[in-house]
Design a protein around this ligand. Structure first.
Ligand code: AMP
Ligand code: MG
Length: 408
């Protein structure tokens, strides 16, 4: 039986949803309460700290959806009506004189007494500012009623909403110049491995460039986190212990590498010494091993080091955890079903997240799905989820998670 309670080939591997549920439980137990007030233009990617409740009706008054003429339907007999006033957007009209019409433009308040707007294409302009209306009209036509979008006191965005351009525009439409947002979650990024050197340096024998550092730092910044770049950690217990101890004012230490099973796992050793370590073998591919623990009270997530594994485990586990720490409720990416454009003849015991693309309405996958190949993700526009124990023939449906969902 696996930890989800289901028997299966995956043996003791932990299903992805169980790992996620545990991480979210942990995140719920240590929410970030601090907040700050920011200009609405600067809240991109941040999380709303309070419910946003409308203090306005939107629109505040009935207004015209068209350029045309406002009138009372009952005044239309077929005979022309005289234009008694002109109302532009931004003006306050007089009540409509009975038996007349008002020239009106899109967004302008509809004069009291008028109950419809006829578009100018259906109006014939005669001499002496008289207008003949050609077609029958109905009350309410081309009028955007007061409060059609929101009314005073209505909940517009609940606390915990992650703010993007659309929410910023919506808040601005309600007159909010500033918003209270949760303070940025502070994340220290550590890369571990004696083999790592930074781009710009010369590679020595056995060395590779550190790609996870820039991958994660730039991703976290994009997600609205405060990033503390803690550099490369050599494979050494004393240095690991000392470096973790220095990172005492962050909300999360996020490290990559050094969690492969059977390897000298210095991060794990340091956490074990500190008394708080969970080592999870996940039913996920790429990215089987994942470490969660605390170092002197600071949460630590250790992701596997192969760049494609780092990407997948960060996307599906660490990112939702970080969002939840800030109070975001909906933390899982949008997924949808698409027909597979490939065969998957051999069932695996881990859930696969293949780097794939949509082509002619089908998901196709990159030719090399090795966990070391980050290029697969650069080629891809999403992850194709193939469940444990599943085989596929082309045309059967698979779940597709767009990268845009994951990266933002
Ligand atoms: P590890 O989990 O430390 O055994 O790492 C697994 C694989 O990922 C090894 O091939 C590492 O060299 C590679 N790796 C670990 N960290 C990084 C990194 N920051 N950038 C690129 N490759 C890495
Ligand atoms: Mg390593």
């Amino acid at each position: 039986m696996n930890p989800a309670g289901k028997p299966g080939k995956s043996g003791s591997l932990m299903p992805v949803e169980v790992a996620l549920a545990r991480l979210l439980e942990m995140a719920d137990a240590s929410p970030i309460h601090d907040r700050e007030r920011l200009p609405v233009a600067q809240v991109q990617g941040r999380v709303l700290a309070d419910d946003l409740v409308s203090t306005l009706d939107l629109p505040p008054w009935p207004n015209s959806a068209m350029d045309g003429y406002a009138l009372r339907v009952a005044d239309w007999t077929g005979e022309p009506l005289v234009v008694s006033q002109k109302v532009y957007a931004g003006q306050a009209p007089e009540p409509l004189k009975p038996g007349t019409c008002a020239r009106i433009f899109t967004g302008a308040p509809v004069p009291a007494g008028a109950d419809c707007v006829e578009m100018q294409e259906n109006a014939e302009v005669l001499e002496n500012e008289r207008i003949r209306f050609i077609e029958p009209m109905s009350p309410g036509q081309n009028i955007r009623p007061q409060g059609q979008e929101t009314t005073v006191g209505e909940l517009i965005l609940p606390a915990g909403t992650r703010l993007g351009s659309i929410e910023q525009g919506l808040a601005a439409s309600l007159g909010c110049a500033e918003l209270d947002v949760v303070r940025k979650v502070r994340v220290a990024v550590l890369s571990t491995g004696d083999e790592l050197v930074e781009p710009g340096q010369t590679l020595g024998p056995g060395q590779i460039y550190n790609s996870n550092r820039v991958l994660l730092c730039s991703w976290l910044q994009r997600l609205g986190c405060e990033v503390i770049d803690a550099g490369i950690l050599p494979d050494d217990l004393a240095i690991t212990r000392a470096r973790l101890g220095e990172l005492n004012d962050v909300d999360l230490i996020l490290s990559t590498g050094g969690v492969s099973v059977g390897e000298a796992d210095f991060l794990g050793m340091a956490l074990r010494e500190a008394g708080e370590l969970s080592l999870w073998k996940l039913a996920i591919k790429p990215g089987k091993p994942l470490t969660f623990g605390h170092f002197r009270g600071v949460p630590v997530i250790g992701l596997p080091g192969n760049p494609a594994s780092t990407l997948v485990t960060f996307a599906l586990l660490a990112k939702p955890y970080l969002m939840r720490r800030q109070g975001v409720k909906e933390v899982e990416p949008l997924k949808f079903q698409v027909p597979a454009g490939f065969d998957w003849p051999k069932a695996g015991n881990r859930r696969e997240y293949l780097r794939g693309r949509l082509e002619n309405g089908r998901a196709i996958i990159y030719k090399n799905q090795s966990s070391g190949v980050l290029r697969s993700a650069a080629w891809a526009d999403g992850l194709v989820e193939v469940l444990e124990g599943r085989t596929l023939i082309s045309g059967e449906y698979v779940v597709f998670i767009p990268l845009s969902e994951i990266l933002n």
